[in-house]
Write a protein that binds this ligand. Structure first.
Ligand SMILES: Nc1nc2c(c(=O)[nH]1)N[C@H]1C(S)=C(S)[C@@H](COP(=O)(O)OP(=O)(O)OC[C@H]3O[C@@H](n4cnc5c(=O)[nH]c(N)nc54)[C@H](O)[C@@H]3O)O[C@H]1N2
Ligand SMILES: Nc1nc2c(c(=O)[nH]1)N[C@H]1C(S)=C(S)[C@@H](COP(=O)(O)OP(=O)(O)OC[C@H]3O[C@@H](n4cnc5c(=O)[nH]c(N)nc54)[C@H](O)[C@@H]3O)O[C@H]1N2
Ligand SMILES: [Mo]
Length: 772
């Protein structure tokens, strides 16, 4: 079933028949019949479950069925008929499994039993739930301080599970909540509140119907939020101008054939999406954004000189903002040569973008990981807000900033208390509601947890989902540290690398997935999630659980809590889990924005959590929206040699973070392989390399530690000079732990200075054809 290794240009538009075919293949591979794929038809329906894939909203979660290739893959991955059983573990030692590819580990299937690591046989053996909880309790209660335990969350957990999880950890006494958001949109959560008073996007799905222009920075919707393509497709057909900034000419940003559109499907036509797509240099977004803003200031100067209408929204700026003069001063000081050099784009191009921006009444600014995962990611995000504020593009229909979140409920996890920096206000309400006093101290985020693993300050690591050991930067060093912990616990649906990078003692606790029926004492339960646009809605699974031994995430958390806290706890754990409505009632007490929570999720489509910025109420320290000056143009610090390249790491079309659906990346024309590095023709020639050569990538770092990934195949690809790209997570060993944004502490996954060296094993192999 593995696809033959090849590189061949994919000429089709994104979407279309290629997507339908890929969906059928994904279902077949997981043993799910395509006809009668009942599961898929209940996805994102009022009575069904929320897609476990991305966080893009659905048209009101009402009745339309939106086809989505990668949503189907996410569902098929969870609804697979394959099982990872105690017999499987009996047949393989952990040492043996450690030599398996990540792809093969997950392909074993859904976990069926709680498992405990047995050092004597080097195997995972089954354990009862009660004994598993008792083991965790024994470890947690033996620590010198609760501060030695870290509680990781991956953003697929429901609001109910996430709320109970943080409640437990806080009652236990820890404030350490590293979470996937720390590696993802933390720059948004830190940057936007300073600029506009909310750490989330300000648009709703319907705003896409009213935008005259949509700019997309560093986000790949055709792969990572494919349902967004419906909005972009419709906007493009309506005549809205879409402009993208991406080092890669991502196919879906260029042209898309809507599987929903019978005419395009039958006539094999497609719709042009971005017009144009600018191939910004890796780490060049600040320069591009400052260039666009500078061009607006220059046009505004001309307008004043010629007595024409102003190009900026003077009334809005005066009434609603602070800091505009400082921004303008800085833009005037910033030279075009430097802007062109850093962005890799021409002044004329950036001026053309500025013209589109100034001519459009309503503009939406969309962005993703290409913007946040940089050394100065927070400030990068703030430039997005600056541009929006210059013409009042926040707080009116068809306009706003639109950070596209990652995991399907990562935003909700944050809203219900997964944060290492809790607000005292809601800690007080936890005390009023539950009668214990949570520690006001700020705890550890991902980077701090990793540092604590290295220093020995962290002893117990519990993960509610995810694949921490692989998603993090610099893992060769950090995985070693993880092995020295006292206990690792993974609540998971499938076997992954993190379970094999175990501590002295280790547990894998298998949980229900979102597609499955969750029955508790009072009957079938539903959970709730919040999407990228702050819409909260219910989700209820329809499939039978993968095994009768699975527990739900809320029940597992409650089980750990009861075992650890015993009779000392002031939280009614059993009652909360018996009826998830009561968890939601508790969430509402702690977070009043969830007012009438249970009533409002029973309305099809759910409800919107208030966004003050949408109403032009600025919940910032100054009470106004703030322009933020970015000094200089360098998003990331360079180390060492001149012949280096900026490496960016991104997702293929066939993966969900560390989960690989296949080894292919259809739209980029790479099949059956992931050990590749994308480089342009000049950079290849400059280094006396040839397409197909095997090379090593070596990080240019300043801490004396060698970081290298060996034997990647060079693929000639149309990219800006000075850049290269490789896949996440294979390239993660190259990202130094110290390389993170000092404001949001997000690792700089999208800008690693590297050098390319010929591999010792340099054999030219495989079929190869240049990319057009
Ligand atoms: N199918 C699927 N869906 C997903 C995920 C998945 O892995 N698979 N992951 C989920 C998660 S957790 C997240 S956070 C999102 C991620 O979704 P995205 O934000 O789309 O993430 P990436 O694919 O990492 O990178 C996005 C784009 O940034 C571009 N890029 C790289 N460096 C730069 C740069 O310096 N500047 C600019 N302008 N662009 C750059 C890359 O070429 C790529 O097109 O998707 C979510 N949805
Ligand atoms: N180089 C590089 N590194 C990156 C990134 C990058 O762009 N480049 N992106 C970063 C980003 S944006 C993110 S969000 C992180 C992602 O980091 P994580 O969220 O930790 O990783 P995932 O790969 O999403 O986790 C997959 C695992 O989650 C478990 N799982 C799946 N569904 C469920 C469920 O319903 N319940 C439970 N309990 N477990 C479940 C399965 O066991 C599966 O193996 O990675 C970051 N790392
Ligand atoms: Mo993410």
């Amino acid at each position: 079933m593995a696809e033959r290794k090849s590189i061949r240009v994919y000429r089709e538009p994104a979407g279309g028949w290629g997507a339908l075919k890929a969906t059928g293949k994904a279902l077949a591979e997981q043993g799910i019949p395509v006809f009668g794929a009942r599961t898929l038809l209940r996805m994102n329906q009022p009575e069904g479950f929320d897609c476990p894939g991305c966080a893009w909203p659905d048209p009101k979660h009402t009745s339309s069925f939106e086809f989505c290739e990668n949503g189907a893959k996410a569902v098929a991955w969870e609804a697979t008929s394959a099982r990872c059983t105690p017999e499987f573990f009996a047949n393989h030692t952990v040492t043996e499994l450690s030599a398996w590819e990540d792809f093969d580990l997950e392909m074993v299937g859904r976990l069926t039993h709680p498992m405990m690591y047995d050092a004597a046989s080097d195997r995972y053996v089954s354990i009862s739930w009660d004994n598993a909880f008792a083991l965790i309790a024994a470890h947690l209660n033996a620590l010198d301080s609760p501060n030695q335990a870290d509680f990781y969350t991956s953003g697929r957990a429901s609001n109910e599970a996430a709320f109970l999880y943080q409640l437990f950890a806080r009652e236990y006494g820890s404030g350490n909540f590293p979470d996937c958001s720390n590696m993802c949109h933390e720059a948004t959560s830190v940057g936007l509140p300073e600029s506009i008073g909310v750490g989330k996007g300000t648009v709703l799905l319907e705003d896409f119907d009213h935008a005259d222009a949509i700019f997309i920075f560093g986000q790949n919707p055709g792969t990572n939020s494919p349902r967004m393509m419906t909005s972009l497709h419709d906007a493009a057909r309506r005549g809205a101008r879409i402009i993208s900034f991406n080092p890669f000419r991502e196919r879906a940003l260029e042209r898309f054939q809507a599987p929903q559109n019978p005419i395009e499907m039958v006539t094999l036509t497609w719709t042009a999406i971005s017009n144009p797509l600018y191939q910004v240099r890796v780490g060049g977004d600040v320069a591009a954004l400052k260039g666009i803003m500078k061009a607006i200031v220059e046009a505004d100067d001309d307008a004043i000189a010629n007595n024409q209408p102003r190009k900026i929204d003077v009334d809005f700026i005066q009434a609603h903002t602070l800091g505009f003069e400082a921004l303008v001063d800085d833009l005037r000081k910033t030279g075009w040569d430097a802007i062109e050099h850093n962005s890799g784009l021409r002044r004329s191009d950036l001026t053309a973008v500025a013209n589109v921006y100034m001519e459009a009444k309503n503009v939406i600014l969309v962005y993703g990981m290409g913007v946040t995962q940089h050394h100065r990611g927070t400030e990068n995000v703030q430039q997005m807000a600056n541009l929006a504020l210059m013409r009042g593009n926040i707080g009116r229909p068809g306009a706003g900033v639109c950070p596209v979140r990652g995991h399907s409920n990562v935003q909700g996890n944050r809203t219900v208390g997964i944060t290492e920096k809790p607000a005292q206000e809601w800690l007080d309400r936890i005390e009023q509601t539950f009668g214990f006093k949570p520690s006001p101290q700020h705890g550890r985020d991902v980077v701090a947890t990793l540092e604590a693993m290295l220093s020995g300050d962290c002893k117990v690591f519990i993960a509610l989902g995810g694949n921490f050991a692989t998603a993090i930067p610099d893992w060769p060093r950090l995985q070693k540290a993880m092995r020295n912990l006292a206990l690792t616990v993974h609540i998971a649906t499938k076997l992954n690398r993190s379970h094999l990078v175990h501590a002295k003692e280790a547990l894998i606790l298998p949980c229900l997935g979102r597609t499955e029926v969750d029955i508790q004492e009072t009957g079938p339960q539903s959970i709730t999630v919040e999407d990228s646009m702050s819409m909260v809605h219910a989700s209820a699974g329809i499939n039978d659980p993968a095994s009768e031994h699975l527990m739900s995430e809320p029940a597992i958390v409650a089980g750990i809590a009861r075992a650890t806290l015993g009779d000392k706890t002031t939280v009614p754990w059993e009652a909360l889990v018996a009826d998830y409505d009561s968890i939601r009632d508790a969430i509402e007490k702690v977070f009043p924005q969830f007012e009438a929570y249970n009533a409002r999720i029973r309305v099809p489509g759910g409800f919107h959590l208030r966004s003050t910025a949408r109403e032009r109420i600025w919940a910032t320290a100054t009470g106004k929206a703030n322009f933020a000056v970015f000094e200089g143009l360098d998003e990331d610090p360079w180390h060492g040699e001149d012949d280096g390249l900026w490496l960016t790491t991104m997702r293929s079309h066939d993966q969900y973070n560390t989960t690989l659906y296949s080894l292919s990346d259809r739209y980029r024309g790479v099949f059956g392989q992931r050990d590749v590095v994308f480089v342009n023709a000049q950079e290849i020639a400059k280094r006396n390399l040839h397409p197909g050569d095997l090379v090593d990538l070596v990080s240019l770092s300043n801490d004396g530690i060698e970081r290298v990934v060996r034997n990647l195949k060079v693929i000639e690809y149309q990219l800006p000079d000075g850049c290269c790209g490789a896949y996440y997570p294979e390239a993660n060993p190259l990202v130094p732990l110290y390389a993170y944004d000092k404001r949001s502490r997000t690792p700089s996954y999208k800008s690693v200075p590297v050098r390319i060296a010929k591999s010792a094993r340099n054999i030219v192999s495989g079929a190869w054809a240049p990319q057009s």
